[in-house]
Design a protein around this ligand. Structure first.
Ligand code: PXP
Length: 247
């Protein structure tokens, strides 16, 4: 069964649009609350909750992550940059999963995944420190041979294949090419012993195809679920995505 990780960043985006000081404000009305979103998502069948604590703190704040750590009953997946400050934060927080993502230009590979090849020393140090603390680590990478091979070399047990290029390719041959790359990436990663996640730009339409990728362990989906939740409520939005994944 493919797991669904619900990324709740954009619940915080909506809050920050009005309450920029939410991370430090005590009392008063500060909405919508990402922790409430997470608990509703879990009640509707989410297998995990994902947040990206960005260096610019544009949506999720440190306080959100700490509250989530106390509240999430499934598992918490922290997306973060591969920096000493974020590594120290993760070691204190101890989420079940960390997904290392790029945050500045030098770290980005062709289509926006983490460039593990160019940053192998730094990534390996981060992976080792997190794994020693019992945290499962995944690397958010493009479905490229070299990135997959280097993910193994730096000791990551998981990769998350970047589905963004596929999701934005529209219909036609571009999409087919991108889907074939993802399929090859999934096969290669699995053959090398990696567990395979995927994410970015997955929605209620393209999920019909994405779910057929080989060896998927988990899909991390955010924007489309948060968007749908505005109309249907969180639980219905999550339930519908779960149904489409398992259908
Ligand atoms: N996976 C990773 C590593 C991400 O950084 C994000 C957020 O961009 C997602 C999955 C979820 O993407 P989306 O919000 O497009 O579903």
């Amino acid at each position: 069964m493919i797991h669904l990780g619900v990324n709740i960043d954009h619940c915080a985006t909506l809050r920050q649009a009005r309450y920029r000081e939410a991370g430090t404000t005590v009392g008063g009305v500060v909405e919508p609350d990402p922790v409430t979103f997470a608990l509703l998502a879990e009640r509707a069948g989410a297998d995990g909750i994902t947040v990206h604590l960005r260096e610019d703190r544009r949506h999720i704040q440190e306080r959100d992550v700490v509250r989530l750590r106390e509240s999430v009953a499934t598992r918490l997946n922290l997306e973060m940059a591969c920096t000493p400050a974020m590594t120290a934060f993760a070691l204190r927080l101890k989420p079940e999963f960390v997904c290392l993502v790029p945050e500045n230009r030098q770290e980005v590979s062709t289509e926006g995944g983490l460039d593990v090849v160019a940053n192998a020393v730094r990534v390996r140090a981060c992976v080792e420190a997190l794994r020693e603390a019992g945290i499962a680590v995944s690397l958010f990478i493009d479905p490229e041979e070299a990135q997959i091979e280097w993910s193994v070399k730096v000791g990551a047990p998981f990769v998350e294949l970047h589905t963004g290029a596929y999701a934005t390719a529209g219909q036609g041959s571009g999409r087919e090419v991108e889907f074939a790359r993802l399929r090859r990436g999934g096969e290669r990663a699995h053959a090398l012993g990696l567990k395979v996640n995927a994410g970015h730009g997955i929605n209620y339409v393209n999920i019909a195809e994405v779910r057929t990728l080989p060896h998927l362990y988990e899909l991390n989906i955010g924007h489309s679920i948060v968007s749908r939740a505005i109309f249907t409520g969180v639980e219905e939005a999550v339930r519908e995505m779960k149904a489409r994944i398992t259908r």
